[in-house]
Design a protein. Structure first.
Length: 74
């Protein structure tokens, strides 16, 4: 019997609520082992949010935030 068969056999012996708990744990372990690529831009940061941000939107936000910031510090 290989590892997969042994796990499946034990899985089948568990009550339904424990089977769900084991599935949740397996999903947790899977998520923990998969690596996500680095997000290098604001657009990349917003990809999962399904927000469409243009370069113009970013430039406008920067201007609003920093437009009145004094350039010369004495």
């Amino acid at each position: 019997m290989n590892l997969e068969q042994a796990v499946l056999e034990k899985f089948r012996q568990l009550p339904i609520d424990k089977q769900q708990e084991l599935l949740d744990f397996a999903e947790f372990l899977y998520q923990k082992t998969t690596t996500k690529s680095a997000l290098l831009s604001v657009r990349g940061l917003c990809t999962d949010l399904k927000v469409d941000i243009t370069e113009e939107d970013i430039a406008h936000a920067r201007q609003e935030m920093w437009g009145n910031f004094p350039r010369d510090i004495v």
